[in-house]
Write a protein that binds this ligand. Structure first.
Ligand code: IDC
Length: 338
């Protein structure tokens, strides 16, 4: 009799155990299900085509919307980070909703037409991941945007003919004008011509215009913005260990005059992209940008040995662990949560 009771108890325990395992398995499955849904509700599926209203970006529902993400390094040097896994990974693990594809425009810095293919891949990867993408004509050592204006026109003709119907594409027509360059004489006429070229094909995508002194003098531009065009924004770039309250004042002045500003590039190191980080200044900047619904893109997605690179001691091109992020990389992940 004792044996029978023991057997019954044993069978009972086994049955309960199996039921428990089954319950755990089903529960696990339930947890996995929302992931499939997440893919259907990407930033682009939720927010759609963006436009500019006053100083704000608004989404397809008319609600204010902020782009937050990362800029690649020069595509001629670090093309490997333009890959599908990386974009999807940064969307899911970091919480970015945009990437910027920085294509240096100066032939002496490595510009060549083959780079257009990397831009094309980047746009498709961003589209598949449902995130926004900025196509950046990255003038830097070429200083005056008019130096390579003809190539810029050809480039944006090619891009707009491909992407005029994409909801997730923004165009940045001159990263950072610098040197002996003024708004009235050089940048504004360039911008008006490029905007004309783009609008011949793409009627409404957001266009970001660079501003004098490495995209800092938004206060000067605010006195004489481009007129007769929709969905135009102006670049303000900062590196937090170099650019502080004085530049924030310029931004506030420009905003008060109604200039729509886009921080299409910033770092928290000094302006060289290297040296010490200034996290306190960086936090002050991000808070101010968030308060004013200003979009921001962090320089740079690479493992270069410089403090503005987001990755460190790793050759991985996606799926980075926390230890594989630089100090700026770790700071960025926190900033993206705010
Ligand atoms: C820097 C890169 C650096 C590279 C240098 C020259 O971080 O590795 O050697 O360009 O090409 C900018 C520019 C951006 C700069 C960055 C840091 O838009 O191209 O990248 N910066 O100097 N404006 C202000 C700072």
């Amino acid at each position: 009799m004792k044996k029978v009771i023991e057997s019954v108890i044993l069978i009972g325990v086994i049955v309960l155990g199996l039921l428990f395992v089954n319950y755990l398995y089903k529960n696990n499955k339930k947890e996995e299900e929302p992931k499939a849904n997440e893919i259907e509700t990407t930033p682009v599926s939720l927010h759609g085509k963006l436009s500019v209203n006053g100083t704000n970006i608004i989404d397809k529902n008319g609600n204010t919307f902020q782009l937050k993400g990362v800029s690649t390094h020069g595509l001629q040097w670090f093309p490997q980070y333009v890959n599908q896994d990386a974009f999807t990974y940064m969307r899911d693990s970091w919480g970015i909703n945009a990437v910027r594809l920085a294509m240096y425009s100066n032939p002496n810095d490595g510009y060549n037409k083959q780079l257009h293919e990397i831009v094309n891949k980047g746009v498709e990867y961003a589209k598949n991941a449902g995130i926004y993408v900025i196509i950046d004509w990255h003038i830097l050592n070429d200083g005056n945007p008019n130096t390579n204006k003809q190539s810029a026109i050809e480039f944006f003709r090619e891009m707009t003919s491909k992407y005029k119907d994409y909801d997730n594409v923004l165009y940045e027509i001159c990263n950072e004008p610098n040197g002996n360059v003024t708004w009235e004489r050089d940048i504004k006429p360039y911008a008006e011509d490029l905007i004309g070229e783009i609008r011949n094909v793409d009627k409404d995508a957001i266009i970001i215009v660079g501003t004098p002194t490495w995209s800092q003098d938004v206060d000067i531009v605010a006195k004489s913005p481009i007129t007769g065009q929709n969905n135009i924004m102006y670049a303000l770039h900062f590196y937090a260990a170099t650019h502080k309250e004085t530049l924030r004042q310029k931004m506030t002045t420009a905003l008060q005059s109604g200039l729509p500003i886009f921080v299409s590039e910033f770092g928290i190191s000094d302006a060289s992209g290297n040296g010490n980080l200034d996290k306190a200044e960086a936090d002050t900047w991000i808070n101010l940008l968030n308060q004013n619904n200003i979009s921001w893109m962090c320089w740079n997605l690479s493992n270069k040995n410089e403090s503005s690179a987001l990755l460190k001691n790793t050759d991985k091109v996606t799926g980075w662990t926390e230890e594989e992020l630089s100090e700026q990389g770790k700071w960025l992940l926190e900033a993206l949560k705010k």
